[in-house]
Design a protein around this ligand. Sequence first.
Ligand code: ZN
Length: 420
Amino acid sequence: MRIVAGYSGRVSSVLFRNIGTLLSGYVEKPLMHADSVFVRDGVITEIGTQPEADTIVDVRGATLTPGLWDAHHHPYFGEYTPRAEGFNVVSRTVRSGTTTLVSAGPAHQPGIYLPSARLPNVQAHSRAPQSPQALARDAVGTQALAIVSAAAWQQERPMGVKCYAGTVIAETGLQPEHFRRMAAAGVQRLKFLRPLPSSAECQQMCEWARQAGMLVLTHTGGRALIQDTRSIRASLEILQPDVACHVNGGPTPPPLADVDWLVDETNCVLDLVFHGNMRIAQHVLRRVGERGELHRVVIGTDSPSAGGVNPGGVLRTVTLLANLTDMPPEVLLCMATGNTARGFRLPGGRIEVGQPADLVVWDPIDGSVTTDMLGCVAYGDMAVPGLVMIDGAIRMHGDPRAIDARRMPLVEAAWGFAVP
Ligand SMILES: [Zn+2]
């Protein structure tokens, strides 16, 4: 046996042992009573037992959680994020403990926004195709972008990230056969973002999308999503979203009464984001808590946004909400893992036999007065990953600048040295 540092790669079996705190990913029962997790061929196969393994990760009393999910991400392609001029954003995201991204629509492609003087009016908008400057702002372009985005992220996975990029932005003119074709190409979600002309057409699109197995997502800001409705509330009543994206604003939330309507009168998933209004996020958490519906809340970043990109934004949001509310950090972490997977009907986000081994070992950042991850988050300090695994492959092992060397997980390969 030897200790290897910086090891990266997939092995057939890995045993995590000496786990101090084990998080399930289920808000209903966030903490598990076991000190070991066994992974074979990229899947969690045993919990609480210690079988022979190719690789042993001694986490030295640290916390093991499912990899975090960003429930609201706007992907471009690969590592470059043009809107925020950010490079290596995805790798930094994985190194920050977020292993899965869900697309809220490919909304930031260069050329997708028109200079305001050239913005088409509603009548022009309803007559596709538009001016050549309006990239993907018609039924043909939006399908193409969604299909390419979904396919590209299956191939290009910096540091093994999982990006569910198959989200199409609703544009007028989409037909039932378009939804069927997109679904076959891996598009799983329809997102209403920019105002469209007609309630009747939007309602039809929701129906066709759901028939094709897609979820319906809505932008949930301060403006109407359909031109022939008066308000965001009236638009939401027509669309009946499965997921209300950034109910705390992106950039602005809807009026509080409309937030309450979403919470009280619908069953939709409620997305809270880093680039939003934390006062409204507090309000939503309190209200869903009173209703006993914590499973409905997911956490994202809405990155990139006017506020930039935030590779560590999911954990930061969890930490802020833990400080602003009475919600225990373990519950908030389950909102940022299992809730998101369940809300979007996707595998992962949970530590459970049969789930993919997307796992993160956490400790307080070096110098913190706290001694474990949950205490660290509750106190308001930053927790840092000591090891990140995606699909059974160790993608990152420690960061000597961030983590106390005495806490670094020990990776022992039974078969000798592994090439990074
Ligand atoms: Zn967004």
